[in-house]
Ligand binder design. Structure first.
Ligand SMILES: [Zn+2]
Length: 282
């Protein structure tokens, strides 16, 4: 009966729900810290720092190199790729995870290792990519960092590593843990020839990366508000059965307790780095 039953579509549904709103995603983004709505172009121009509250957004590996180095750089060992030695499977096969990440990001693993110019000075620089399986360190990341260190020694160039990582890569088991020792041994050789290594810790730097190269810099510098730690707060609380202090594992807390040499705002990072390298290389 046409009187009771609505036979025509209600006006509301004439346009599908997702087309009703003006599309603005992609242009604006919300700050995770102060919830301000920020125009993406403004954010980009401000080196991905919130103009309202100075919250440091995560940068990808390439943006980081663009922030620190001038013009072009030479990338090394881009072809190194994991062979999935354990044929590891969790919720999905590790091989499939690798394939997806490679396709999505156009890189073979979670780090870029390059030679470039920082304020006119040639440096070896490594930059980690968090979007690649949480920036985790497996055999490839370990090998690329080691080769970068060896290149520093061979060419007598300072080394800068920007960490952004969840830690060792679970899917490579003990092989990823071996990287901690390998990289640390290579850094000891760098120390013997008296070349500087500046470690930059960004949000987040945790697990095996903190437990190896991220904390072995001649200078360990963090960005404001960065989460830095070894195990997560929940694991620690459950192990020691104690409540952890406020702000525990933030860059500022670690600076106050002597784990870091400086916390440097992103806009000053390049200048700070350049000045440190001038000091070390003089
Ligand atoms: Zn903000």
């Amino acid at each position: 009966m046409a009187w009771f039953k609505r036979e025509r579509k209600p006006i509301d549904q004439a346009t599908p729900p997702d087309e009703r709103r003006v599309r603005t995603e992609g242009l604006w983004t919300k700050c995770e810290n102060c919830r301000a709505i920020v125009w993406k172009k403004d954010l980009e121009a401000n080196h991905y720092v919130c103009p309202k509250c100075q919250h440091h957004f995560r940068m990808n590996a390439k943006q980081r190199l663009e922030l620190l180095l001038e013009g072009r750089w030479i990338e090394h060992d881009a072809g190194l790729a994991s062979s999935d030695p354990l044929h590891f499977v969790d919720t999905k096969p590790y091989a499939a995870r690798l394939k997806d990440a490679r396709k999505k990001l156009g890189m073979n693993d979670a780090i870029l290792t390059v030679e470039g110019l920082l304020n006119g000075r040639p440096v070896i620089c490594c930059s980690m990519e968090f979007n690649f399986i949480g920036g985790s360190m497996g055999a490839v990341v370990g090998e690329k960092v080691t080769r970068a260190i060896e290149r520093s020694i061979e060419k007598r160039l300072p080394l800068v590593i920007v960490s952004c990582s969840g830690g060792a890569r679970m899917m490579e088991g003990a092989i990823s843990l071996m990287q901690l020792a390998k990289v640390s041994a290579a850094l000891a050789r760098l120390d013997e020839v008296r070349l500087p290594f500046v470690s930059i810790l960004t949000d987040p730097t945790t697990g095996g990366v903190t437990a190896s190269y991220a904390m072995l810099g001649d200078l360990n510098i963090a960005e404001p508000g960065a989460l830095i730690g070894f195990a997560g707060p929940r694991v620690i609380e459950q192990t020691i059965r104690q409540k952890l202090p406020e702000g525990f594992q933030t860059a500022e807390f670690l600076l106050e307790h002597g784990f870091l040499d400086a916390v440097v705002h992103r806009k000053d990072l390049k200048t700070y780095l350049a000045a440190s390298l001038d000091f070390f290389m003089a």
